[in-house]
Design a protein around this ligand. Structure first.
Ligand code: AMP
Ligand code: MN
Ligand code: ZN
Length: 897
């Protein structure tokens, strides 16, 4: 018995252990499996890679399917809007050069030196670039060459621009200065400065593509070689033949993104530009020589030289365009099929199958290259496409195996492939696409792209959104529908998967384009710091001779008059805090939007002098914190609406129980919204107020009108004076009701004298209330539906610098597509105005100040801001007087002269 018991226990324990072990093993297996799955699905290699071009703030040519937009000059004299994109912005200047028969070759100094010094100028800062532009503006001629990077970029980008004058070699780091390169635009388009290139066809287009730089007045030494019928036209040849300099052209294919550049690369880059002036000098001499030898009349003297010049400037007329295909990847697919598949003339099903797969893979490759900003060959080289299409591997291992021996190194330089960790990172992180395509799960070519795009860039997409790919989502719909008629449901989810892009776009569109706080300073005439502010404010004082500039960068002024107050007087150093250009919520510094803590729908109606202390109530927020703050504000608006009985949207109100005649109104009963009966609490209150105060004196028709409003509220029954008084309390919070009762109840009920005083105190506004009756309701409803100008009264004293500001409409939604729902939030009809009027009427300016504090608290509670400027607090009073010359002085509003 005992043995049996023991055995039982042992068996039980053993089986328990076994089950546990099994369970744990299975769990681990599953977890491993899941991890593997998610890693292949959701982690794109780009999340762990730093790409230099992702630091660019603006790209002129992105990877979308839309066409490239050329520079539009303001003084585009004759050309129409439409024509300007296919017209060269400097067409007329270049035409003048082409037709000119008496070109002055100012660079013919005949004293070019071959010597290349040990020093050169590395230009990587905006200030240096500006200096360079100044230097070049004084030259008659300079030499240019560019290096671009193309393997790890879809369209390629200029990684270096080499510029040489007779005196110096400049290497411009166009990665660091990508967004500042427009500084060089004027010297490049200046027809009085000759730019010497060698083989400029690509450089001219690349400069347009990346920087909207257009070359006007060029001498291309390769074109000179053409005219001179030189045996070779390469720069290496000219360097050798003309300058006796040897160069290793293999360096041309180096990775020009690398920093710092190796000594060899610097030497190579300088060499490409440095000798061009010397070579141009030598070749023009030859051209002239040829002209005199060849010509029978002296008019032909410049014939050859002019021809070289003309051919060079023809190059300048080229315009960069993006390749637009019938269908993504179709050109490459056709080429691959022609080169690798059709050679056999095979029309078997297998061969046709392979062709179809090539088209699919090429379409997919095209999209992947655009999404990740990679070249096609980096995503998947042609040989790999062919291998996949022919072998049609069916497992992920086989797919790897198939593409593994089509080596990347065969397509690019060894130095590049060695710097890449895995041979095909795009394939590795998006292997399942290939897998499904081969298994034919995505039957139609047209269907592949929306699915892939959604998976990569849609909500919870696998890949990062960048300046290169964000607009891919936006014009993708049109791109596809213009070539095929996809099934209706093909774009059903479009809205969903553009959400992520919308957020990014939202950031782009509404985030401030320049730092909001310039940290300019204003000093009092005794040298004490008064405040930090923006440039516009400084200029306002400077333009009026009210201040003098005392420091340049960042600028500071000293007031020439005695300011009325000092910030320290108030024991508040808020005004002399340097405000940082970061999100006050989370500290994000990459982007930020202005956020108004006090919603504009109220603030616009504040008296001018309460409006002016905006610096306190406009803060910077990133989109995410913005969303949180905005949502909280919208909720709070609703609360305010209920509390004050002033609805956001005009709704009719009825007390249902009253309508049924069952009970009388209690304090807790609030509005019941109904579409067919009822009245807005505001109307109800103003009608009741008017009746109580002037009931006896008003014309009976008007009196009847107002009575109808109140009756509507009470379900149509006859009403007493008590009913009127209770109607005044509808929609108020208990606290408000008590306050109101204390303030007005007595007067209304018992004392005609107090009521009369009351009336005088409220003055005009009271009269206005009389006018608000049902006749106006139609008007109000219309306002609700239409748009209400948002905060338009602010422009003048704006602290802004042209940076984008959000209004309520723009706040509504990171989805920019919802035009209709946008409208519903605009301005909230009369709500804001009525609230502010109510506050002023009931509590005066203190009411408005309290109101502001409430909003600040709402903001703080919602966002928990960790980066508010020192001195910021919820109870900031904003009570400051204005000096005579203050920009905030209501009578001295900043005007735009
Ligand atoms: P270059 O005109 O020699 O200064 O070349 C300018 C840029 O063109 C280089 O930085 C390369 O990106 C590209 N490039 C020119 N020739 C080749 C080539 N044979 N192979 C690869 N890239 C080239
Ligand atoms: Mn070069
Ligand atoms: Zn990816």
């Amino acid at each position: 018995m005992e043995v049996k018991e023991k055995a039982k226990i042992v068996i039980t324990v053993a089986s328990l252990v076994a089950v546990t072990v099994l369970f744990v093993t299975e769990y681990r297996r599953r977890r491993r499996h899941r991890r593997k799955q998610t890693s292949s699905l959701s982690s794109c290699y780009l999340h762990s890679e730093v790409r230099p071009q992702f630091g660019f703030k603006r790209v002129l040519a992105d990877n979308s399917y839309s066409e490239f937009k050329h520079l539009k000059l303001d003084d585009a004299s004759s050309s129409t809007e439409k024509a300007s994109n296919c017209h060269h912005p400097y067409e007329s200047e270049i035409t003048v050069l082409l037709e000119n028969t008496k070109i002055e070759f100012g660079f013919l100094r005949g004293e070019c030196s071959l010597k290349m010094s040990d020093s050169y100028v590395w230009v990587e800062m905006e200030s240096q670039l500006k200096k360079l532009a100044e230097v070049l503006a004084k030259e008659k001629v300079f030499a240019v060459d560019t290096e671009q990077h193309s393997l790890r970029s879809f369209l390629g980008f200029t990684a270096l621009v080499q510029i040489s004058t007779h005196e110096e070699d400049f290497l411009v780091d166009t990665i660091a200065l990508h967004d500042a390169m427009s500084i060089l635009r004027p010297v490049f388009s200046d027809p009085n400065i000759c730019k010497v290139f060698h083989g400029a066809d690509n450089d001219v287009l690349w400069l347009q593509r990346d920087f909207h730089i257009y070359v006007v007045n060029m001498f291309d030494t390769a074109k000179a070689c053409e005219v001179l019928s030189k045996p070779q036209r390469s720069l290496a040849y000219l360097l050798e033949a003309v300058c006796g300099v040897a160069t290793n052209k293999l360096l041309q294919r180096e990775d020009w993104r690398q920093r710092p550049l190796s000594k060899e690369m610097v030497q190579y880059a300088r060499t490409d530009a440095h000798y061009l002036l010397y070579i141009a000098d030598a070749l023009t001499a030859e051209l002239k020589q040829l002209a005199t030898e060849d010509s029978s009349s002296p008019d032909d003297t410049f014939h050859f030289l002019l021809e070289a010049s003309r051919r060079s400037n023809m190059t300048c007329l080229q315009l960069y365009t993006k390749e637009i295909e019938d269908f993504p990847g179709s050109a490459a697919a056709s080429s691959i099929i022609y080169r690798h598949l059709n050679g056999h003339g095979d029309t078997s099903t297998i061969a046709l199958n392979a062709e179809e797969l090539v088209r699919k893979i090429c379409a997919w490759r095209d999209l992947m290259a655009r999404i990740h900003d990679e070249s096609m060959r980096y995503v998947l080289p042609d040989q790999a496409v062919v291998a996949l299409a022919c072998k049609q591997p069916t497992t992920t291992e086989e797919i790897y195996g198939t593409i593994a021996h089509t080596d990347l190194a065969t397509e690019s330089s060894p130095s590049l492939s060695s710097s890449v960790q895995s041979p095909y990172p795009v394939i590795c992180s998006h292997l399942d696409d290939i897998y499904h395509m081969i298994l034919n799960k995505l039957a139609k070519l047209d269907d592949i792209l929306p699915v892939v795009l959604k998976k990569c860039l849609g909500t919870n997409g696998t890949c990062p959104i960048s300046v290169f790919n964000y607009s891919l989502l936006l014009n993708f719909k049109t791109k596809l529908s213009s070539h095929s008629a996809p099934k209706q449901n093909g774009h059903k989810n479009f809205k969903q998967f553009t959400r992520k892009a919308s957020r990014e776009l939202f950031v782009k569109k509404f985030s401030c384009k320049a730092p909001v706080y310039h940290n300019c300073r204003i000093y009092a005439n005794d040298g004490r710091l008064l405040c930090y502010c923006d440039k516009r404010k400084l200029e306002w004082y400077l333009n009026r001779g009210l201040a003098k500039l005392v420091e340049e960068d960042p600028p500071a002024i000293m007031l020439l008059f005695e300011p009325k107050g000092r910030p320290e007087d108030e024991g508040n150093d808020f005004y002399i805090q340097t405000k940082r250009n970061i999100c006050v919520g989370c500290g994000e510094g990459k982007h930020y939007l202005r956020y108004r803590i006090i919603p504009s729908c109220y603030r616009v109606h504040f008296p001018e002098h309460l409006k002016s202390h905006r610096s306190h109530d406009i803060v910077l927020l990133c989109v995410d914190c913005h969303e949180v703050a905005h949502a909280a504000a919208e909720r709070y608006k609703k609360q305010i609406a209920t509390e004050f009985g002033i609805p956001l949207f005009v709704r009719r109100v009825i007390d249902s129980k009253e309508a049924q005649g069952t009970s009388s109104l209690t304090e807790d009963e609030s509005m019941v919204n109904s579409e067919d009966a009822g009245v807005s609490p505001l109307h109800l209150r103003s009608a009741a107020m008017a009746l109580l105060r002037h009931g006896n004196r008003m014309p009976s028709s008007r009196r009847e009108e107002l009575l109808q409003i109140v009756k509507m509220y009470y379900g149509g029954r006859d009403i007493s004076e008590d009913d009127l008084e209770r109607a005044l309390l509808i929609g108020l919070s208990p606290h408000e009701r008590r306050r109101r009762e204390r303030k007005q109840g007595v007067s209304l009920k018992h004392s005609a004298e107090v009521a009369r005083l009351d009336k005088q105190e409220n003055g005009k506004k009271d009269e206005n209330n009389d006018g608000e009756g049902p006749a106006d309701s139609e008007k109000i409803m219309n306002v609700e539906r239409s748009t209400v100008a948002d905060d338009s009264g602010d422009g003048g004293t704006s602290e802004g610098d042209g940076a984008a500001e959000l209004n309520d409409a723009q706040c509504n939604g990171n989805t920019l597509h919802q035009q209709n729902s946008k409208l519903s939030l605009l301005g909230h009809g009369p709500h804001g105005k009525q609230i502010v009027e109510y506050l002023l009427r009931e509590y005066g300016e203190d009411g408005v100040r309290d109101f502001c504090q409430r909003w600040r608290k709402v903001f703080v509670d919602a966002v928990h801001p960790r980066h508010l400027p020192g001195g910021w607090n919820v109870s900031h009073s904003g009570r400051r007087d204005f000096g005579e010359f203050s920009v905030y002085n209501p009578t001295k509003r900043l005007s735009t002269e």
